[in-house]
Design a protein around this ligand. Structure first.
Ligand SMILES: [Fe+2]
Length: 286
């Protein structure tokens, strides 16, 4: 400890964790120090850069409260959240892929019947969403639950609408005995993540945009199966290849098929033009 050098300081710090009773904490602290030191060495971190980093992390923490979590946003925009999600949600081939939960899920969504309108009287292009919830062999999962939430046509969630009483564009649906579900809604829009804080400054400095491609969020669950948190992305969205939080998976991009026929629209109780989305969720047994 008295003759520390660039060559031996990392090992000296790691050794201070030797007496940690919690083995997992010991492993994490040793690895964190190993990688942090490697980073400082690799970039030859200067005094000013070290201070700028401290100030950035301080500002990130100062912006956090019970409505805003800038550290999660930082994790999301650096791909750490998605890497953690991929590691913790490995799926067998064919099972619907997991993707980011995001900050707009709420547990108080109303339960709506089959075919109900998620959007009620909100403005937007009408969409009819239907599909089935299936097991790995294509067998229907009766009475699976679909927790659904999305933005409006301007990219705002109900939590971002200060004049709104209650909830909007979120509901829980239940599949029928054949695993089928259906609901009406409006087409969601792409939207920016909050970029008025340190994360936004990072995006600007690195010439990245803050947008997420349009999507509908789902948590699909059923007894005896692992529930999946996922999103369906609108095919053709301009941000599919540059999602600010790295949430897109190829298997989750679906066509929003446009229809012009008034006769078809009447059949779905929608106005023209309208879109249809058809997607089967596949769950893995527990
Ligand atoms: Fe979202």
């Amino acid at each position: 400890m008295r003759n520390l050098s660039e060559a031996n300081i990392t090992e000296a710090v790691i050794q201070t964790f030797e007496g940690t009773p919690d083995e997992r904490l010991k492993e994490i602290m040793a690895s964190l120090v190993k990688h942090l030191h490697a980073f400082v060495r690799e970039v030859n971190l200067t005094e000013d850069e070290w201070l700028a980093g401290i100030q950035f992390l301080t500002a990130t923490g100062q912006l956090c409260d019970d409505r805003r979590q800038e550290f999660i946003l930082l994790s999301d925009t650096l791909g750490v959240t998605t890497l953690k999600d991929i590691i913790n949600n490995r799926k067998p081939p064919g099972a619907t892929e997991y993707t980011i939960l995001g900050p707009f899920h709420r547990t108080n969504a109303p339960e709506l019947p089959f075919n109900a309108d998620l959007a009620e009287d909100m403005q937007g292009e009408p969409v009819f969403v239907k599909g089935r919830v299936l097991g790995p062999n294509g067998d229907p999962i009766a009475h699976a639950t679909l927790d659904v939430w999305q933005s409006d046509a301007e990219g705002h969630y109900d939590l971002q609408m200060p004049d709104l009483q209650g909830t909007a564009l979120r509901a829980v649906f239940r599949a029928d005995t054949d695993g089928q579900f259906a609901f009406r809604t409006i087409k969601p829009s792409f939207y920016p993540i909050p970029y008025d804080g340190p994360v936004g400054q990072m995006l600007i400095a690195t010439q990245r945009h803050p947008y997420r491609p349009a999507h509908i969020h789902f948590i699909v669950s059923a007894d005896g199966y692992r529930s999946v948190t996922t999103e369906l992305f609108a095919e053709g969205d301009p941000y599919l290849d540059s999602d600010a939080v790295f949430g897109v998976r190829g298997s989750l991009i679906v066509p929003f098929v446009r229809h012009e026929s008034a006769r078809e629209a009447a059949q779905f109780n929608l106005s023209t033009p309208f879109y249809t989305v058809d997607y089967n969720f596949v769950l893995e047994p527990t």
